[in-house]
Ligand binder design. Structure first.
Ligand SMILES: NC(=O)c1ccc[n+]([C@@H]2O[C@H](COP(=O)([O-])OP(=O)(O)OC[C@H]3O[C@@H](n4cnc5c(N)ncnc54)[C@H](OP(=O)(O)O)[C@@H]3O)[C@@H](O)[C@H]2O)c1
Length: 312
């Protein structure tokens, strides 16, 4: 896979990575198996995926610990760790914190959990309301100068907040919500990022499973399944997405793959994105993800998929 630079940093990544909020993210997802999480990360690395997207918030450090266990068995330069922090539980309740001291301590603590001496990409996970953005990013620049991180990221920042954070040109990458059915960032954020040589990594590329092709318009979710309360997985919105997903089925048949590979191939062909980080729940899902890198969509197919999902 062709590698590209993350912003202006020295970090280079292939476009296919792995999202790891289901690796140890017990506070976010019920009934997660840690052995499945460990095997998922191992299977991804063994299949050639290098970019692992984690965060303190995924299990309050547990995802980082599990990843640390697995990467110990691989050469460090074969792994690209993207990590995040901002959630501060020190007062007993969760507050977002971007203060320089908090970010510096977060990186030091994350390095211990990951059992490594540098983090390739470090994101401020969410903006807080009080810290001047350029001060927060300034702290990450100091961490970069100290060799503890290699690239500076911000996540869940609006365009105005990104501009404020990037006053000194230190920001390398933005990670925000963007998917085939959630295209808001195309209008303003992405054009700014391109001009400023900042990479873009979208999260929720599979819309939490909605775009994998495993659901149809007749799918329903049990009362105790949180998807039964989600707007995206119910009602008109669900029906519209399923209708758009159905338009992918003939394209998938043409390529002899499943819908999931066609969806990921669309992101991989999207020139606005530096990497895509689908999440997986178990190692069995890794081959399907990896296979997407072999699918080459024609320009007509890419444009057709683009159009079919624009109106969802
Ligand atoms: N920066 C942020 O604030 C932020 C926020 C959210 C997420 N993220 C990052 O983005 C990553 C991606 O988001 P996500 O994992 O929540 O959602 P996602 O990538 O949109 O969807 C992941 C889900 O797709 C399904 N899936 C994956 N491979 C499959 C396969 N081969 N066959 C069938 N189903 C498959 C699984 O669903 P099932 O679980 O139903 O099996 C999996 O849990 C996260 O892991 C995290 O690293 C960042």
């Amino acid at each position: 896979m062709v590698r590209s630079k993350v912003g202006k940093s020295q970090v280079e990544t292939a476009p296919l990575g792995l999202g790891t909020n289901k690796v140890g993210g017990h506070n976010l997802f019920p009934n997660l198996s840690e052995s499945d999480g460990l095997e998922t990360v191992r299977a991804a690395l063994e299949s050639g995926i290098q970019l692992l997207d984690t965060a303190f918030m995924y299990g309050k450090g547990r995802s980082e610990e599990l990843i640390g266990e697995v990467i110990a068995d691989f050469p460090r330069d074969q792994v690209i760790i993207a990590d995040k922090a901002a959630h501060d539980f020190s007062s007993g309740e969760m507050v977002l914190n971007n203060e320089p001291q908090f970010l510096k301590k977060s990186v030091d603590d994350a390095l211990k959990r990951l059992k490594t001496d540098y983090i390739d990409i470090f994101y401020i996970h969410f903006p807080d309301e009080k810290t001047p953005k350029s001060e927060a990013v300034g702290a990450l620049q100091e961490l970069r100068e100290a060799g503890k991180i290699r690239a500076i990221g911000i996540s869940n920042f609006t365009l105005e907040q990104v501009k404020e954070a990037n006053q000194n040109g230190f920001v390398d990458v933005v990670e925000n919500y963007y998917s085939l059915i959630h295209r808001d960032e195309e209008e303003k954020l992405i054009p700014y990022l391109k001009d400023a040589h900042i990479s873009f990594v979208p999260y929720f590329p599979l819309e939490s499973g909605l775009l994998t092709g495993k659901y149809t318009k007749d799918s329903t979710f049990a009362e105790n399944d949180r998807r039964s309360k989600s707007e995206k997985f119910t009602g008109k919105s669900f029906q519209n997405t399923m209708a758009a997903v159905d338009t992918l089925r003939p394209i998938a048949r043409q390529h002899n793959v499943d819908v999931l590979q066609i969806v990921l191939a669309w992101y991989l062909a999207n020139p606005d994105l530096t990497a895509v980080i689908p999440g997986a729940r178990n190692a069995g899902q890794i081959p399907g993800i990896v296979q997407s890198a072999e699918v080459k969509l024609s320009k007509d197919e890419y444009d057709l998929i683009n159009r079919n999902f624009l109106s969802v």
